[in-house]
Design a protein around this ligand. Structure first.
Ligand SMILES: C[S@@+](CC[C@H](N)C(=O)[O-])C[C@H]1O[C@@H](n2cnc3c(N)ncnc32)[C@H](O)[C@@H]1O
Length: 279
């Protein structure tokens, strides 16, 4: 039995809830699809869904991210699924508070790729808030979450994801790497860590390096270069003066996202995001 290929990790800034607002703006035909801030790759899996329905088609995808744990995890799902499911099954059987902290203490760089991938999925599904976050030393430091019976993984879904990744190029790379291959007619989706709406609202824990204002300015230059090459370029970011200034001259659409705007989980509200399109 096959599940649906969709994000299997909970990732800060994951785009699943915005897909209905982004989807109508996607071109039907393009050459290579590139996502240099892949995270949970929500837009890639959405494109796969549209491809299955005959709504779009493209020959090659290149997905990358600076987070090496994340990229390793996708490579293992693509290439070593059976071994991964065997390890995840063990994690599920042994799950407890003590077990969580013993797995958290494992050093990823000392592990085999399959062990690293299983560790990431297990921690992502059992940690507090389900968010992968590292401290400045690059260590995953999130405490255990309060889940009664965490599902941890769905084998049918991982199987579908594995199939959807079969011919995909997966790389650990800084975003400007996209300039090394992008050509006219390619579709590039840029979804960086956002410019903070307020000084305290900044989530920067994806990697041990911060995505600061200089990085936002470099990214806006990359956007313009891709535009000049004739790529279709889409970018997400917060709806803010800074971002609107950086992308002046391009089409800036306002999207509404539901976000926790308060530390209390039951107080949610809408925040505006921008979708910058060059076509
Ligand atoms: C907003 S998230 C992307 C979310 C993704 N679109 C999704 O649907 O889950 C931003 C991603 O950028 C990655 N990242 C941070 N700095 C980067 C850099 N300089 N180059 C490439 N990737 C980076 C982070 O590891 C994180 O996965």
């Amino acid at each position: 039995m096959f599940g649906e290929a969709k994000p299997f990790l909970k990732w800060a800034g994951g785009k699943s809830q915005l897909l209905p607002q982004i989807s109508p703006h996607l071109p039907r035909q393009f050459n290579t699809y590139g996502e240099p801030f892949m995270g949970s790759a929500a837009l890639y899996f959405h494109l796969c869904y549209r491809q299955k329905r005959g709504e779009t088609d493209w020959p090659l995808s290149r997905l990358s991210d600076m987070n090496a744990e994340l990229v390793n995890c996708y490579q293992v799902v693509r290439d070593r699924l059976q071994e991964l499911v065997a390890l995840l099954t063990l994690h599920r059987q042994h799950h407890s508070r003590d077990y969580y902290y013993s797995i958290r203490n494992w050093q990823p760089e000392e592990l085999d790729p399959v062990e690293r991938a299983a560790r990431l999925i297990y921690l992502n599904k059992t940690c507090y808030n389900g968010l992968y976050r590292v401290n400045r030393a690059g260590k995953f430091n999130v405490p255990i979450g309060r889940y009664r019976n965490p599902r941890i993984f769905d084998a049918a879904q991982l199987q579908a994801v594995s199939l959807a990744l079969q011919n995909v190029v997966l790389e650990v790379a800084e975003f400007s790497h996209v300039l090394g291959w992008a050509k006219a007619g390619d579709l590039i989706y840029l979804d960086p860590p956002y410019v903070p709406r307020s000084p305290t609202a900044n989530f920067t824990g994806y990697t041990h390096q911060e995505f600061d204002m200089q990085a936002q300015v470099r990214l806006a230059k990359v956007y313009r270069q891709l535009d000049q090459r004739g790529c279709y370029v889409i970018l997400s970011n917060s709806w803010s003066e800074t971002v609107l200034d950086l992308y002046r001259g391009f089409r800036c659409l306002e999207l509404k996202a539901t976000r926790m705007i308060n530390s209390k989980a039951d107080q949610r509200g809408y925040v505006s995001e921008v979708l910058v399109l060059n076509y």
